[in-house]
Design a protein around this ligand. Structure first.
Ligand code: SF4
Length: 377
C-alpha cells in the first residue's frame, strides 16, 4: 500500500482512511490544480530564478488571480531565507518502505534545505513546505512535514537526533511557522504512524478528516455521523431538546461536518447550473445562476486621478489600507535581520498617529481542555 505524506494528518486522525475506497472518485479538482500551479511557479523561481505565472496557469487550467497572489506571497516568504540556506532538493520524489507494516511512504516536499550557518559543524536540516489553506483552519500539516523529514533521513536513525526544522509557509496568512523537530518528536510520529497503519479499522469522523478523504463518498461512519447531525440539529419529530450551553458545545463537531457537506452540495449545484443553464424546481419554478457585476477600484492607477479631482481630506472616507499587504511591503523594504523590528516600528508610528483601529473577532474554536482535580480520570 502506498501512503502519501500529504495524507498523514488525516490517517493519523482516522486510521480507517488509510484503506483505499472500493470505488475511487476523483475529488482533486480545481483546488488541487491551483495548489499545483502555485508550487510550480515557486519551484521555477527557486531553481531557475524565472517568474512565470502564465505558463503554470495555462498548464493547470486555473485562474491567474488564484495563482499569482499566493505565489507572490510565497516568493516574499522565500526571500527571508534565500541566500541563508543551501537548497538540497526541490520537489524531489522520495520513498521509504515499511514491509513489516505493509506500506510504502512517499512524497515530495517543496524543498529540502540546509542552514548555511555552521555548515562546517552540523547544519540544520530543514523541510520547507507551502500551504494555501488558512493557518489553524484544519489538521496541522506538521505530521506531513515530519514524514518528509523521515524520508529525507532515509531511516538513518542517527540523523533523528541532529538539529532539524519544519518550516510551513502559510501563503494566505503571509508568514512562516518554524518548528524545531527533535528526535523524540520523530520517534513519537513514527510510533503513531505504525499504530494507525496496523489498525486501519478505527473510524474517527470529523470535519477536518472527512473533507478530503477518498473514502468520504462511501464511508459508513461519516454517513452515520451526518444522519446523527441532521437529527441533532434539526429534529424531525418529538419534543425539541433544549439548547443548553453544554448541548450547543457538543453539537459543534456535527455542525462542522454538515457545513462541509453543504459546501460540497453548493459547488456541485453551481457546476450543474453552469452546464445546464437552468434546472426545474417544481411545475412553477426553476433554478438558475443569477449574475451581478460589481466594480472595484484599483488604488494604484486610481491615485493620480483621484488626488487631482478630490481634495485629500474628502478622500479619507474612501481610503482603505490592508494591514497584511502593508506589512509585507514594509518587510520587503527592510534589510535581513531587521524586518520584524522595522514592521513593528512602523506599526507603532501608525498607532501613535491614531491610524490603527482594533476589532476583536470571536470564533468558536477547539483546544485541549485543562482538567481540574477530580475532573474525569
Ligand atoms: S470519511 Fe471520515 S470517518 Fe470515513 S474514513 Fe474518511 S476520514 Fe475516516
Amino acid at each position: 500500500m502506498n501512503i502519501r505524506c500529504s495524507s498523514l494528518p488525516r490517517i493519523l486522525a482516522c486510521p480507517a482512511s488509510a484503506v483505499p475506497p472500493a470505488t475511487a472518485i476523483d475529488t482533486g479538482g480545481e483546488y488541487a490544480a491551483v495548489g499545483s500551479a502555485v508550487h510550480a511557479v515557486l519551484a521555477q523561481w527557486v531553481t531557475e530564478g524565472v517568474w512565470d505565472v502564465d505558463s503554470a496557469v495555462e498548464r493547470y487550467g486555473v485562474g491567474r488571480d488564484e495563482v499569482s497572489r499566493p505565489a507572490w506571497t510565497g516568493r516574499k516568504l522565500w526571500a527571508l531565507y534565500e541566500g541563508r540556506v543551501e537548497v538540497v532538493h526541490v520537489e524531489k520524489e522520495m520513498s521509504s518502505e515499511f514491509p513489516r507494516h505493509g506500506f510504502t511512504l512517499t512524497g515530495h516536499p517543496d524543498m529540502c534545505l540546509k542552514s548555511m550557518v555552521g555548515l562546517d559543524l552540523d547544519p540544520t536540516r530543514i523541510i520547507w513546505d507551502c500551504k494555501s489553506t488558512r493557518f489553524g483552519g484544519g489538521h496541522s500539516p506538521l505530521d506531513q512535514l515530519l514524514g518528509y523529514l523521515y524520508l529525507w533521513f532515509d531511516e538513518d536513525m542517527e540523523m533523528w537526533d541532529r538539529p532539524s526544522k519544519a518550516i510551513i509557509a502559510w501563503l494566505r496568512d503571509g508568514f512562516c511557522q518554524v518548528i524545531d523537530v527533535t528526535g523524540d518528536i520523530i520517534r513519537d510520529w513514527q510510533s503513531r504512524l505504525f499504530d494507525a497503519m496496523e489498525d486501519r479499522k478505527t473510524f474517527a469522523p470529523s470535519a477536518e478528516a472527512c473533507k478530503y478523504c477518498p473514502r468520504s463518498h462511501e464511508c459508513p461512519a461519516k454517513t452515520a455521523l451526518l444522519q446523527e447531525s441532521v437529527l441533532a440539529l434539526a429534529p424531525s419529530d418529538g419534543p425539541a431538546v433544549p439548547m443548553t450551553p453544554e448541548r450547543l458545545a457538543k453539537l459543534k463537531p456535527m455542525r462542522d461536518v454538515l457545513k462541509n457537506e453543504i459546501q460540497r452540495y453548493d459547488k456541485a449545484l453551481a457546476l450543474a447550473l453552469q452546464e445546464h443553464g437552468s434546472l426545474p424546481l417544481d411545475d412553477e419554478r426553476e433554478l438558475y445562476l443569477s449574475e451581478e457585476t460589481r466594480e472595484s477600484i484599483n488604488a494604484g492607477p486610481a491615485w493620480a486621478v483621484l488626488t487631482e479631482e478630490i481634495p485629500i481630506e474628502d478622500l479619507r472616507g474612501a481610503l482603505r489600507v490592508v494591514k497584511g499587504d502593508l506589512m509585507k511591503i514594509a518587510m520587503a523594504r527592510a534589510p535581513y535581520g531587521g524586518k520584524k523590528a522595522y514592521a513593528d516600528e512602523l506599526l507603532d508610528k501608525l498607532r501613535a498617529a491614531g491610524a490603527v483601529r482594533t476589532r476583536t473577532y470571536r470564533t468558536p474554536s477547539v483546544r485541549k481542555r485543562v482538567k481540574e482535580m477530580g475532573d474525569g480520570d
